[in-house]
Design a protein around this ligand. Structure first.
Ligand code: GDP
Length: 467
């Protein structure tokens, strides 16, 4: 998974906070901030930004901890509750600051229907620009936008062929030339033509370049002048580490970078460098590239990303994916419940049911909080669909009381009445009691996660309103 190592380290540091049974003291905070800073720097996040994050968290939680330290835990009956409130508050602030790190002030450009949206792509050679353009075209075309591509890369031999090949596969019209050597002229002509023909998303590819190549940077600026893009997208390679920060600054100095797409987060990239490069451009990340196929492009949302990074799952993404599957009222009711940390077997059943209608499975399953790795499909969707179905048959064999959380399968798991219920459910669904136990284990994981998220303020109205 993306940045899995960083996520693990951040989770561990936050978990330590909860293990302090008494107060969260200055020294705990110092340890936590030290751990978090180290984890971020090791993941290539820009050092200056890490220091800022550290100071911000420190400033925001200082007073609370000071107040807490003044109280004597042995005499104060509220001490435990307070300590846990303090640690939750610290956690919330850390989450907010991580989101802030990834979310600059500038809002992403919003594509407008029924008019030409010219999107200029820039980036270093090899960053994945041409591949990303194809994914981007595919993304919009599949959502009903009239999409076209222009190849203004006359620098790299074969660039036009590569774009043409992708465009043909996607059945997206394209414009380019084997003979015209002036990229500015090609860009202008191509954009003009597609504007006249009523295209809504007109994507312009420019030559990939190295920072040192001043001539090529000038050319890029000229193309930008000629086509007056509505949005300029900088494509950055996550495997480039800290270097990306400087590269991003170099591009921002020449063109008005409106948004960022980070590629190759599927590999072994530490990713922190690319992620913190948003600070250099002061522009939002709009997509993450997660593979070489046209479908491997995921819309980026800072809150969801941090939530996933910290192992809370991506409830927001899940809710968005469910759009169309549930009406708004049901969604709000569900969020309301989850934000209180309430989650029954019946809730899990309806989540599974929606997941089955959503596809692609691997992405959706990855968003579900607490979803164990082994349930997330790796090669094709069939296996995990049948696992989910099996789980649903088991839940079909449960009584209302069991589904609505009136039977405590977890605490009473060794009690005779629970054992006999498990046997009954297995028999009713044609499964083995061990499989029912596995379902309950999965439920326990889900429930724990939703409860943790609800309490940490990661879901519910506040978390949504921040978007
Ligand atoms: P360009 O020079 O910036 O146009 O780069 P290309 O689009 O030609 O991509 C360079 C290489 O990176 C190709 O082999 C792509 O298949 C690969 N690539 C692009 N995006 C991704 C991604 O998100 N994940 C992975 N694993 N590979 C990618």
């Amino acid at each position: 998974m993306v940045l899995a190592e960083l996520g693990g380290k951040l989770r561990d540091s936050l978990r330590k906070l909860h293990t302090h049974s008494g107060h969260v003291t200055q020294s705990h905070l110092k340890d936590l901030l030290g751990d978090i800073s180290r984890a971020l720097i090791e993941s290539d996040v820009n050092v200056k930004l890490v220091m800022e994050l550290r100071n911000n968290v420190n400033d925001k939680v200082q007073t609370l901890i000071d107040e807490d330290e003044e109280k004597d835990s042995s005499k104060n009956s509220d001490a435990d509750r307070r300590a846990s409130q303090v640690s939750k508050h610290v956690q919330k602030v850390v989450v907010e600051e991580l989101v802030q790190l990834l979310q600059p002030q500038r809002k992403p450009y919003v594509m407008k229907r029924g008019k030409a949206n010219v999107v200029l792509f820039v980036g270093l050679q090899g960053a994945g620009k041409t591949t990303t353009i194809a994914k981007f075209a595919n993304y919009y075309q599949r959502r009903g936008w009239k999409t076209a591509m222009v190849c203004a890369d006359t620098f790299r031999a074969g660039a036009f062929d590569q774009l043409k090949q992708n465009a043909t596969k996607l059945r997206v019209p394209f414009y380019g030339s084997y003979t015209q050597a002036d990229p500015v002229a090609i860009a202008e002509e191509g954009v003009d033509q597609f504007c006249k023909e009523g295209y809504e998303v007109i994507i312009v590819d420019t030559s990939g370049r190295h920072r040192q190549e001043a001539g090529l940077l000038d050319e890029m600026a000229e193309i930008a002048d000629a086509v007056a893009p509505d949005n300029t997208v900088l494509v950055m390679d996550a495997t480039q580490g800290q270097a990306v920060f400087d590269q991003a600054s170099a591009f921002s100095n020449v063109v008005d970078v409106g948004s960022v797409i980070i590629t190759k987060l599927d590999g072994h990239a530490k990713g922190g460098g690319a992620l913190s490069a948003v600070a250099a451009t002061e522009s939002p990340i709009i997509f993450l590239g997660s593979g070489e196929h046209f479908d491997d492009l995921d819309p980026f949302n800072a809150q969801s990303f941090v939530s996933k990074l910290l192992g809370f799952g991506d409830v927001r993404g899940l809710m968005e994916a469910m759009n169309g599957q549930t009406d708004k009222k049901t969604q709000e009711e569900m969020m309301e419940k989850f934000s209180k940390g309430e989650f029954t077997l019946r809730d899990m059943y309806s989540q599974f049911q929606r997941v089955m209608n959503m596809g692609p499975m691997s992405k959706v399953m990855g968003m579900m909080p607490g979803m164990p790795e082994y349930l997330i499909p790796k090669n094709g969707d069939d296996q995990s669909t049948s696992r989910l179905k099996k789980f649903m048959y088991m839940m079909d064999s449960m009584t209302d009381a069991e589904l609505d959380g009136k039977v405590d399968f977890i605490t009473d798991k060794n009690a005779d009445h629970v054992k006999s219920r498990i046997r009954r459910i297995a028999a009713g669904s044609g499964t083995h009691p061990k499989e029912v136990m596995m379902l309950l284990q999965v439920y326990k994981q889900f429930e724990g996660m939703v409860s943790k998220m609800g309490k940490s303020g990661m879901i519910g109205k506040d978390a949504q309103a921040k978007q």
